[in-house]
Design a protein around this ligand. Structure first.
Ligand SMILES: C[S@@+](CC[C@H](N)C(=O)[O-])C[C@H]1O[C@@H](n2cnc3c(N)ncnc32)[C@H](O)[C@@H]1O
Length: 413
């Protein structure tokens, strides 16, 4: 039997690797809203998803309820007109109307038409049954699951492999810092600890070799660590921030560093032994799949790591899982202040160099809220541009990225 038309179209679209997919319908209240919610939960993190309609009304409560049943929250969505969309960036449009006339998209995007029945005929929610919404939801889940399956996802592993290779070289060379060029050209691009906000005393208090100049800030300044706390350091590298945290939480506290690069782990463990740190351990693992039990940490710190993850929503979901209720995030990371241009986003050296994987501040806020965090605060540090510029000499990276602190709280319930 031949594959259905939608499947062939989805396969073609997948091969084009669209960066911004727009779902269109008339009222932007049911089909396109559900498609947006489901696609966001399935798409690789670098793909933007939006929806709009020619006659926006409001998000149908049955759409919200049907997605809630499968763990997707679109209660914060609003119905939008096509004029609210940044149409120049859209490179794929999927129209979802059946009998009605779908809005026409005038951009250069690839177009697909998936005519699905309106689950709320006449725009009513009262007369419509939830079953109609469930049927459309399940059809969308099937089609979008297919669209975002297979080779596209393998890209995330390819990115992680490139990042791991880069930091294995950094760990073994002892001479490279953040930024794309240093390890290939033997140039030094190490950011001095003082420029990142550490005191001379802090920088001198850790075993030699643990401060590798790989950070982009000092998470200790916002972590406000207390004696006895359990701290988790995501992407602990040579152990610099873990060792500083160890002194803050004292013998009754505990620090767990997690890193996916075995060479970094070896280095951090050697440093811990050298410095006689008994309340610190280093675990091999991915921050997207933390080797840590639920409700373990009082505080999660991290320094210039989450930008490197190809699956940031998952990092935040995992962070939420392993924090104790009331626990907090105290992160320094590189974030985007403007949409990164194509030539930066596609540059793998800039990705492993902590630039090209940066997410927009608004995306980080929304990923954190969607993971369940409250009191989310992302604070860009303009002064960081002076050292970020050194990471990619001659490239205008500071027009787009900056270092920021990221804070959030897991509610106590
Ligand atoms: C830029 S370095 C920062 C190291 C350390 N936080 C510091 O400030 O010195 C990034 C570190 O994160 C680790 N890393 C990157 N992506 C990771 C992931 N998905 N899971 C676990 N570790 C990761 C790398 O192996 C590397 O050690």
């Amino acid at each position: 039997m031949d594959a259905p038309e939608w499947m062939k179209q989805a396969e073609e679209l997948r091969a084009k690797r669209p960066r911004h997919i727009l779902f269109l319908c008339v009222a932007n209240s049911a089909r396109s809203q559900m498609a947006e919610g489901i696609a966001r939960s399935l798409a690789p993190p670098e793909v933007r998803i939006s929806s709009a309609g020619s006659a926006p009304s409001r998000v149908n409560p049955h759409s919200i309820a049907a997605l809630k049943e499968i763990g997707i929250d679109i209660s914060g969505h609003s119905s939008k007109g096509t004029d609210a969309i940044d149409s120049a960036s859209v490179d794929a449009v999927i129209t979802l109307c059946a009998e009605e006339v779908c809005p026409v998209f005038l951009g250069k995007a690839t177009r697909l038409h998936w005519g699905l029945p309106d689950p709320a005929p006449h725009g009513t929610s009262v007369s419509a049954s939830l079953d109609g919404f469930r049927a459309v939801r399940d059809e969308l889940r099937k089609r979008l699951g297919f669209l975002f399956s297979g080779s596209w996802f393998e890209k995330a592993d390819a990115i992680r492999d490139a990042v791991r290779d880069q930091y294995a070289r950094v760990a073994e060379s002892n001479s490279c810092g953040c930024g794309p060029s240093c390890c290939d050209s033997n140039e030094m691009s190490v950011t001095p600890a003082e420029a990142l906000g550490y005191s001379v005393e802090q920088a001198g208090s850790v075993p030699e070799g643990s401060n590798m100049g790989l950070g982009c800030g000092n998470p200790q300044t916002i972590a406000k660590l207390k004696t006895g706390e359990v701290v988790l350091d995501l992407g602990s590298g040579g152990g610099f921030d873990s060792f500083l945290a160890s002194r803050q939480v004292g013998a009754s506290g505990h620090v767990i560093g997690v890193d996916m690069t075995p060479e970094m782990l070896t280095k951090a463990r050697r440093n811990a032994a050298l410095g006689g740190y008994h309340n610190v351990e280093f675990r091999l693992g991915e921050i997207e799949n933390l080797p840590v039990a639920n409700d373990t940490a009082d505080v999660i710190i991290s320094n210039c790591v989450i930008n490197l993850s190809p699956d940031k929503p998952r990092v935040f979901a995992e962070s939420f899982r392993v924090l104790k209720p009331g626990g907090r995030l105290a992160i320094s990371d590189v974030v985007a202040t403007a949409e990164l241009p194509e030539e930066i986003r596609r540059d793998l050296a800039l990705y492993t160099g902590c630039v090209a994987g940066a997410s927009l501040i608004s995306e980080i806020e929304s990923m954190l809220s969607r993971a369940g965090f409250e009191q989310v605060r992302v604070t860009p540090k303009d002064e960081s541009k002076s050292f970020i510029r050194e990471w990619a000499p001659g490239k205008p990276v500071t027009d787009y990225v900056v270092s920021a602190t990221i804070e959030a709280i897991k509610p106590r319930k």
